[in-house]
Design a protein around this ligand. Structure first.
Ligand code: PHE
Length: 328
C-alpha cells in the first residue's frame, strides 16, 4: 500500500525535524505548520485517504491516526519546556513578587507619638501645640518655680537671653492654654523640648514630650489614676504592672511618678510624671482654685519608644541611620 509508505516517510522526517526540538517560538511554529498546518503533510495524507480502497481504509486510517497522535504528543511534551526557555529568553519572570518602591518609614518616635495621641484622643482629649521658644514666666514662674529656687536646677536650661529659654518641658503650654481658654480643658500637647545636659545613652539635648492637662469641677486624684492606668495598659498591654510613686514637681501637688515593671530588665522603670495642678498655678492664670481642679502629666516619647521597642541608646533615635530606622 502506497499510503502506508508515505505515512512511514512522514514519520521519519518528523522524527528527524523534531529531535532536537526547536527552542525558539518561530522554529516551533514553522515545524507545527509543516506537519499540522491546514496545508501540512498530515493534512495531505488525510486527503489521500479518498483514493484508498474500501478494504485498506480501516488500517490506513488507524496508522494515520497513530502518526497524528505521535506528532501531537511531541508538541505537547516539548511545549512546557520551550515556554520556560522562552521566559529565560526575555528575562522576565512574571511569577516573581512585585518591586517595592522605596518610600521610607515613619520614624519610631513619630510612630510612638501617633499611638499616644490616638489613645488619649479616644477618651476625649484634644491636641494643642505651643511655642518652643518661650519666656521665663511660661516655662518657670507661672508653673510655681520661684526665682532662684533650686527646683529650676532639675532641668538644665538653654537660655537665649535671661528672660527667654528653649522650653525645658511642654508644661509651658499648660499656662498658654489656661490664659487663652476658660475651663473645662482637656488637652494633650506634644512637642520638642530642650535640656542643656551632656548626651549619653539615656539623655539627649533634644527630645519629645506629651503634656496632658485636665481642668474641670470635681476632679480628683482618682481621675488622674484612672486615665493614666487606662493609658499605660492600652500602650503596653492589659497585663502591664504599674505603680504610682510619690514625687515632687513645683506645679503639681500632690505629685507622683508612674513606673512600669519591665520583665526584660527585672526592674521598675519610670515612664511619666503627674499630679494635681497646684493652686498657685491656677492663681497665676486667674483661674479660681476653689472652683476648678485639675491634673497634669508629662511623658517623654523617646523613653516610651525605647521601652516599647527595646532600644537601649536614645542617640540612635536622632542619628538618622537608615539601617537602624528601617527596622521599625
Ligand atoms: N514637666 C515635667 C517634666 O518635664 C513632667 C510633668 C508634667 C510632671 C506635668 C507633672 C505634671 O519632668
Amino acid at each position: 500500500m502506497k499510503l502506508k509508505e508515505s505515512i512511514e516517510s512522514v514519520r521519519k522526517t518528523f522524527r528527524a525535524d523534531s529531535d532536537p526540538f526547536p527552542t525558539d517560538i518561530r522554529s516551533i511554529e514553522a515545524l507545527r505548520v509543516k506537519y499540522l498546518g491546514r496545508k501540512g503533510l498530515l493534512a495531505a495524507l488525510f486527503s489521500s485517504m479518498k483514493d484508498i480502497s474500501d478494504n485498506d481504509r480501516p488500517l490506513a486510517g488507524s496508522l494515520l491516526n497513530e502518526l497524528k497522535q505521535e506528532i501531537n504528543s511531541v508538541f505537547y511534551v516539548n511545549k512546557e519546556s520551550s515556554e520556560t526557555n522562552q521566559v529565560a529568553h526575555d528575562e522576565s519572570d512574571y511569577t516573581l513578587p512585585g518591586l517595592k518602591f522605596p518610600i521610607g518609614h515613619i520614624h519610631p518616635v513619630q510612630q510612638t507619638l501617633d499611638e499616644v495621641k490616638s489613645i488619649f484622643m479616644n477618651v476625649g482629649f484634644s491636641v494643642a501645640y505651643g511655642p518652643e521658644i518661650d519666656d521665663d514666666f511660661h516655662n518657670f514662674s507661672a508653673l510655681n518655680f520661684p526665682p532662684e529656687h533650686p527646683a529650676r536646677d532639675m532641668q538644665d536650661t538653654f537660655f537665649i537671653d535671661p528672660d527667654t529659654v528653649l522650653r525645658t518641658h511642654t508644661s509651658n503650654v499648660q499656662i498658654h492654654l489656661m490664659e487663652e481658654q476658660e475651663p473645662p480643658l482637656r488637652y494633650i500637647v506634644p512637642g520638642r523640648v530642650y535640656r542643656n545636659e551632656a548626651s549619653s545613652f539615656k539623655s539627649y539635648n533634644l527630645f519629645h514630650q506629651v503634656e496632658g492637662l485636665y481642668v474641670d469641677k470635681n476632679v480628683s486624684f482618682a481621675d488622674l489614676k484612672g486615665i493614666l492606668t487606662y493609658f499605660v495598659k492600652r500602650l503596653f498591654g492589659a497585663d502591664t504592672q504599674m505603680r504610682f510613686r510619690p514625687s515632687f514637681f513645683p506645679f503639681t501637688e500632690p505629685s507622683a511618678e508612674v513606673d512600669m515593671w519591665s520583665e526584660a530588665r527585672g526592674q521598675w522603670l519610670e515612664i511619666l510624671g503627674c499630679g494635681m495642678v497646684d493652686p498657685e498655678v491656677f492663681k497665676s492664670v486667674d483661674i479660681d482654685p476653689d472652683v476648678w481642679h485639675g491634673f497634669a502629666f508629662g511623658l517623654g516619647i523617646e523613653r516610651i519608644c525605647m521601652l516599647k521597642y527595646g532600644i537601649d541608646d536614645i542617640r540612635l533615635l536622632f542619628q538618622g541611620d537608615k539601617r537602624f530606622l528601617e527596622q521599625f
